[in-house]
Ligand binder design. Sequence first.
Ligand SMILES: [Zn+2]
Ligand SMILES: [Zn+2]
Length: 419
Amino acid sequence: MKIIIHRGNEEIGASCIEVQTAQTRVIFDVGLELEGKPAVVPQNIGGVAALFITHAHPDHYGLISKVPAEIPAYCGALTEDIMRIMGTFNPRFGEVNRTFRHFAHGEPVQIGDITITPYATDHSVPDSHAFQVEADGKRILISGDFRAHGRKTALMEICARAVHTPDALVVDGTCVVERAPEEPQATVCNSEKEVEDGILKILKEEKLPAFIDASSINVDRIISAFKAAKSAGRTFAVDIYTALILWIMNKRYGHIVPINEWEGFRVISRCDLARPQRRTLYANQDRLGLSDFISTLYRVGVVKPETIARNPSQYLIKFNRREELIRELGIREYSYIYSMWSGYMSPQYDEQGRFQRLRNSPNVRFHFIHTSGHATWDELCWFIDEVAPGKLIPFHTSYPQGFREKYPDAIIGVKEIEV
Ligand SMILES: [Zn+2]
Ligand SMILES: [Zn+2]
């Protein structure tokens, strides 16, 4: 069995790994470059027997529309939902319109002479998976993006135990960087629980109207915000897109995350500022099967800006048009919690200096509260040692050389690896 690293062994983004035997080729992920550089699907992709997607981040699935429709594509059921919704609400990711076959945790899928067993992992987007790949009497573990400090840490132990001593491990090395990235004055948390506690502290101490910017598909983070708001006696109010991600997750998994019929959770859906998302929702309700969700937006779980304006300090708000909403509410002084990757605040991404202005504003209590979707070095070492692979192949990292200090035999800069 051979592993071909098409992209992603010396960069974060554009993930694409192939595993092949004499008879069968399978591709794992077809990702976009994170920094908008062109990325291409592998040559001869027409001869591939199947494509497997680890999770719904564009650096893992973003080139899906370039994969011929006749190649079967496999992903988790929720991953398909998220990819479709993301592409619809964020046109820059492209609409996802192909068909998928679904896999489930621990259930092997046979593709020619290759057996692929998905294992659910802990990552910032739900429904992320690692894959055990078996053929020719050998086993490989492809970790996908993972961490062990979210809300599903036990999954990493389950995966490590289930795929013990594979012949090779292709592992997410995002945290391994040449030098520590410069963080702005920041609170970087060690776990999702610390994020929740950090938000709660701000809500309790500052007692101001509070706004949070976080990724809507980072459901662990949305739950942290909701729980913190609840503990502070506040209502968590979100935009339609965020509510829709939670709703679709509940539809797949049962009612496990807050949605708008829950106490303390509201959707800001019936105002002019919500109109663009409402339009997108209506325009795609048949294609995406969203009419049940739309009906929830007209029940009890909705809050209007004029209601918030009466007592804005009783809310924690995540709204896509935050600045306009703040103006409409007439709020002067507020707490602002930035809860995403710090890089988006750098001049490279924030060309208009919006975050700098927020940080400098005397009316804004600016906070950076975040924890990574990727394993820390300690978690990574724990996972590698627990899995105890024959060969170690760093992946999804800008500095694979950083592995060498602890793992001198790590395979670096090699595109084709015989297992
Ligand atoms: Zn990634
Ligand atoms: Zn990811």
